[in-house]
Design a protein around this ligand. Structure first.
Ligand SMILES: Cc1ncc(C[n+]2csc(CCOP(=O)(O)OP(=O)(O)O)c2C)c(N)n1
Length: 591
């Protein structure tokens, strides 16, 4: 990729964050995938000549690696989705005490509306909890600029800075003015200073005091920052808006006075007071929690907000138009449900030829409780598979199985996690099972990639973010090292063998680790076999094959059909059919 200076480019918010990091002279970027943040690090990897970047095994490790780099003097960014910050919260809370040397920006992408997340979390709370500043861009240009601003704040005040994005900002594209990379020279190198970097209580208590002093200075600076500005207009209504909400406000009521807040916390109190004094009525428009609104009220300023603006899900111009009036230029609602209105809802499902299907089909033969986890295999919750009974957070598929079993659950408990999830936070749960003499069965569905977030590498794939060869950690070896002795590896396409292994495990009173290994065909871009078709003479319409929940198998006009365009030739249908009614389609040639 050429980095010749251009003037303008169309970039998504995530690409703009990556570009901003490159322009600012960042030399270290780490992260763990998670929608909607994933593309930040993928975009940074295009600047590999200038920036060391890695997928870390999880977000905590990613932040700690970036913190080490910062203390050595490097400018660093770390990327994750909102729930990733829960995992990285431990280092963040104390990094605020010891502070940074090279600028460090923690890029966190929230997912209002839960497009691809298990909860809806407002990262702004973490800024307050960790006592670190937080910036929130409202478009790609700001995304680029705020990374630079965040690094400057980080270095000036020796604090990590959070950059909060949301799905809409991360994934929308906008015009961005580009600059060249800042020349920064060699890093200064780590300078030992235990009173600064070692928060044992003796040194930590003074750090705690300094933290408050720093916050006072940051609050003063927030009032002067280019990230916050008043746009005076019609003063009958003043709107305080931040992030993407600002764009909706501008679209609907371009004439209104607006206080646009990009440096969200500590709050720019003087600006808020000045703005409130200049308008007749005040409304706060923010996505998710009423953080700004509550602060405005705490200043003794009355305002409206959550009483009018929904606090659950994503905002949009449509959702705000009953509150603000106005509308899009053509007078139509911004999002027209059009032809989709009235169609039956269609939940997502496992792809045709997905190897995870074999495990769920096998589990369907047993009366077990299944503690699931987050990944493509979460989709095993839907009928007809219906074999995921719980989901909590990454890694919990293993630990919750142990808890349920130890609590005395009468059914056998089976925990399921993916390979990326196992390396992220599953290993310690498995260790717990072995250490505390548990008896659950753990299945790692190892499709050799982090499929759900778009096929990222992880410590088990044998490749780094850049595709270089590296070690390939194996689930079985970790299992043995944890002290699990019953370990089986199975090909989930081989349904008979899979059912047999699951039976052995669930009938045992010992802990079992089953590794169901077969690569994700979407990743390898290789169908496991040739498309199948139904021999109508042999099919007795028992519909057993429909229990696989394969999108390629259809019940149409009172008969079973295989959609050959969808079929990946995994042949699981063939193995479930007692009549032998599935056969290789004539002329199929993708084996
Ligand atoms: C703490 C946290 N970080 C990141 C994510 C985003 N995420 C959802 S599933 C997943 C991993 C999926 O990979 P894997 O476990 O290998 O299962 P697969 O999708 O390949 O079946 C990730 C990274 C998350 N939900 N929570």
């Amino acid at each position: 990729m050429s980095h010749a200076p251009q003037t303008r480019s169309l970039l998504s918010g995530n690409e703009a964050i990556a570009r901003g990091a490159w322009e600012a002279g960042v030399t270290m970027a780490t992260g763990y995938p998670g929608t909607p943040s994933t593309e930040i690090l993928e975009a940074v990897s295009h600047y590999a000549a200038d920036i060391y970047c890695e997928w870390s095994p999880n977000e905590k490790v990613a932040l700690e690696v970036a913190a080490g780099a910062s203390l050595a003097g490097a400018r660093s960014i770390v990327t994750m989705k909102h729930v990733g910050l829960n995992v990285a919260a431990d280092p963040l809370m104390t990094l605020a005490y010891i502070g940074t040397v090279g600028g460090l920006v923690v890029c966190v992408a929230d997912d209002p509306g839960m497009h691809s997340s298990q909860n809806e979390q407002d990262t702004r709370h973490y800024a307050r909890l960790g006592k670190v500043p937080i910036l929130e861009p409202s478009d790609s240009q700001e995304a680029l600029e705020f990374v630079k601003l965040g690094l400057e704040i980080s270095e000036k005040y020796s604090t990590p800075v959070i950059l909060r994005s949301t799905t809409r900002v991360s994934h929308s594209s906008g015009g961005v003015t580009l600059a060249d990379r800042a020349a920064r020279g060699e890093i200064a190198g780590f300078v030992k200073d235990p009173q600064r970097f070692v928060p044992i209580p003796l040194y930590g208590r003074p750090m705690r005091v300094k933290l408050e002093e720093r916050l006072t200075s940051l609050a003063v600076e927030a009032n002067r920052s280019v990230a916050n500005r008043i746009e005076w207009g019609d003063r009958s209504l003043g709107i305080i808006a931040e992030g993407i909400a600002y764009q909706y406000v501008r679209e609907l009521v371009p004439e209104a006075s607006v206080l646009k807040i990009g440096w969200v916390w500590p709050f720019p109190d003087d600006l808020i007071r000045e703005f409130a004094a200049g308008v007749q009525k005040l409304l706060v428009v923010e996505e998710l929690d009423p953080i700004l609104e509550e602060h405005v009220r705490s200043l003794g300023i009355s305002c409206e907000g959550r009483n009018k603006v929904p606090g659950i899900g994503e905002l949009s111009a449509d959702k705000l138009s009953p509150v603000l009036g106005g509308g899009s230029a053509d007078g139509k609602p911004a999002s027209d449900p059009g032809a989709a209105a009235g169609l039956p809802a269609r939940p997502p499902g496992l792809c045709p030829a997905c190897p995870h299907r074999g495990i769920f089909y096998a589990l369907g033969k047993f009366d077990v409780a299944v503690t699931g986890d987050i990944g493509c295999y979460s989709l095993g919750v839907f009928p007809p598979l219906k074999r995921i009974d719980t989901i909590l957070c990454m890694g919990a598929g293993i630990s919750m199985a142990h808890g349920m079993q130890k609590a005395g659950e009468k059914r056998k408990v089976v925990g399921i996690v993916g390979d990326s999830t196992f390396f992220h936070s599953g290993i310690t749960g498995l260790l717990d099972i072995a250490y505390n003499r548990g008896a659950s069965t753990i299945i790692v569905v190892d499709n050799r990639t982090t499929a759900m977030t778009g096929h990222q590498e992880h410590p088990g794939t044998g490749r780094t973010l850049h595709g270089e060869d590296t070690i390939s950690a194996t689930v079985e070896e970790f299992g043995r090292a944890c002290g699990i002795t019953n370990i089986a590896t199975v090909d989930p396409y081989d349904i008979t063998a899979t059912v047999a292994v699951v039976r052995t495990a669930v009938e045992s009173d010992q802990p079992w680790l089953i590794v169901a290994r077969s690569p994700c065909p979407l990743y390898t871009k290789k169908a496991p076999g040739s498309p199948r078709r139904v021999n109508k003479e042999l099919c007795r319409k028992c519909k057993l094959c429909l229990k696989l929940g394969c999108p390629a198998i259809e019940w149409v006009n009172d008969e079973i059909r295989v959609n050959e365009l969808l079929c990946g030739g995994c042949a699981m249908c063939e193995k479930t059919c007692k009549e032998g009614a599935f056969e290789t389609a004539v002329g199929a040639c993708n084996e």
